[in-house]
Design a protein around this ligand. Structure first.
Ligand SMILES: Cc1cc2nc3c(=O)[nH]c(=O)nc-3n(C[C@H](O)[C@H](O)[C@H](O)COP(=O)(O)O)c2cc1C
Length: 212
């Protein structure tokens, strides 16, 4: 299987506004999804979940829930990412026990560790934390799709309640983002970003432009 080199993936990826019909083969979709699992993950609590939507009527409903953005209805695959911000409470004990086994942690140190992690989660803005996890996974998926010759568009503007209704999500689920996957409808893609590094990156201190 031919894979585009990493640097080309990074600089050539563009988000098409319109997609054409052909869907990625199952093997490609599987690789894209698997890449999402490789993303970093805090305390091995995996808060993000994904629904693969291929049904054209469902995609049309998602498009309506997403301000009628064409990429959502046109792309043959739409991944919808969601999560339960409080889910860490259910899985923390299991992940700590797994961790302790892997690192040979003395069982007496398990309880203080549990308290530290619990305090951390209780003072963390969990919705922001969930969104970070989804974006890490989606970034891995986008770059994998691009490396395999497919295009993606990230969508964050939608009515979360309408999306939840289309997919039958439980009431406490937070819908985070969607990822449209397919082939760009035309070779006409948004222009490359020409912002220079010196406008965005500072050298050693604020105000000192990076001169790389
Ligand atoms: C956090 C985030 C949210 C976005 N939400 C949307 C969206 O709701 N609809 C959309 O068409 N594009 C969305 N985009 C895609 C950007 O608008 C797109 O990346 C931008 O047009 C730049 O194009 P490029 O990705 O080809 O460089 C989003 C991108 C990011 C990073």
């Amino acid at each position: 299987m031919h894979l585009k080199p990493l640097h080309r993936v990074l600089v050539e990826r563009r988000a098409p506004r319109h997609f054409s019909d052909p869907p990625p083969p199952d093997g490609v979709l599987q690789m894209i999804l698997h890449a999402g699992l490789q993303a970093h993950n805090d305390y091995r609590v995996k808060p993000a979940r994904f629904i693969v939507v291929r049904d054209s009527r469902k995609r049309a409903r998602l498009r309506r829930a997403a301000m009628n953005q064409p990429c959502v209805g046109e792309a043959p695959v739409v991944l919808v990412a969601f999560g339960h911000p409080e889910q860490w409470r259910e899985v923390l004990d299991d992940t700590l026990h797994d961790d302790a086994e892997h690192t040979n942690l003395n069982s007496r140190r398990l309880e203080p560790q549990r308290q530290r992690v619990t305090e951390y989660f209780e003072r963390t803005p969990l919705r922001v934390w969930l969104h970070r996890h989804v974006m890490m996974s989606f970034t891995c998926m986008m770059l994998t799709a691009e490396a395999l010759g497919w295009d993606t568009s990230l969508v964050e503007r939608f009515d979360p309640a309408a999306v939840a209704a289309v997919l039958g999500l439980p009431a406490d689920a937070e819908v985070v983002a969607m990822l449209a996957i397919g082939r760009a409808a035309s070779a006409e893609m948004p222009a490359y970003d020409t912002t220079s590094l010196a406008n965005l990156v500072y050298n050693e201190r604020y105000g000192e432009p990076w001169q790389g």
